[in-house]
Design a protein around this ligand. Sequence first.
Ligand SMILES: Nc1ncnc2c1ncn2[C@@H]1O[C@H](COP(=O)(O)OP(=O)(O)OP(=O)(O)O)[C@@H](O)[C@H]1O
Ligand SMILES: [Mg+2]
Length: 269
Amino acid sequence: MNGIRMVETPTAQPPFYLPQADECEIFAAAHGNRLPLLLKGPTGCGKTRFVSHMAARLGRPLYTVACHDDLSAADLIGRYLLKGGETVWVDGPLTRAVREGAICYLDEVVEARKDVTVVLHPLTDDRRILPVDRTGEELAAAPGFMLVASYNPGYQNILKTLKPSTRQRFLAVEFGFPKPEHEVPVVARESGLAEARVQPLVRLANKLRGLKGQDLEEGVSTRLVVYAATLINGGMPVERAVLAAMIEPLTDDEEVRRGLLDLVVAIMG
Ligand SMILES: Nc1ncnc2c1ncn2[C@@H]1O[C@H](COP(=O)(O)OP(=O)(O)OP(=O)(O)O)[C@@H](O)[C@H]1O
Ligand SMILES: [Mg+2]
């Protein structure tokens, strides 16, 4: 099947997620009221982790689909496949989630083709139905079903955005990078590095984020700060880890890179 797909079944212990604000309450209210939810935010700020965490907390299986410009409605809904000389219908991840009352998470939904967004419309308003044209079925979403979509408003070009008729079917929550008092414990927990040693990395990350728009397309993600801390915790010298995890991934421009290195020296000594 086209498109990367991942299934998570609820576990006793939800994956660690430290809330930034009231996003857990919004998610739970959306789920309880059968409303779809859109998560907006930069890369590596915790959107995927948040959805895994909430799905586990709510005890729902989670189907994650990474959207891309080749992803078709059939990839989501399903198709007839030849199996041992017979044609059998195979549900796609969206159809399975609708039948099972699971959570379906469409990552980078703006990348999906137009025919995909059309499929979402009857499912994301009060009808909550999924027409499966190929089989002639019209599936009513089982209780517990929820559609969650995410995208990064930052680097989309202006043409790649959701139509108002699509976006106005979703509740939406904006994610940013966590405040230092949240990011330090998150990075420490994820990497195993002591909070006191994580602090300068988070300070540097916030300085680098301040350059977004001038020299950098995107600020350094929490994911990269976790990478740096993980390398340091494994014994790598701080400067080497910072270069590999927090500078090189940001830019290919030699001048910008040199500017960033100056910033590292100024902040971390
Ligand atoms: N609030 C948080 N609680 C726990 N971990 C977090 C939190 N925020 C970020 N992280 C850490 O940051 C990493 C990256 O987060 P995640 O993969 O969820 O980002 P994302 O927003 O989905 O990014 P992308 O848009 O690139 O898919 C996680 O693996 C986790 O280690
Ligand atoms: Mg993600």
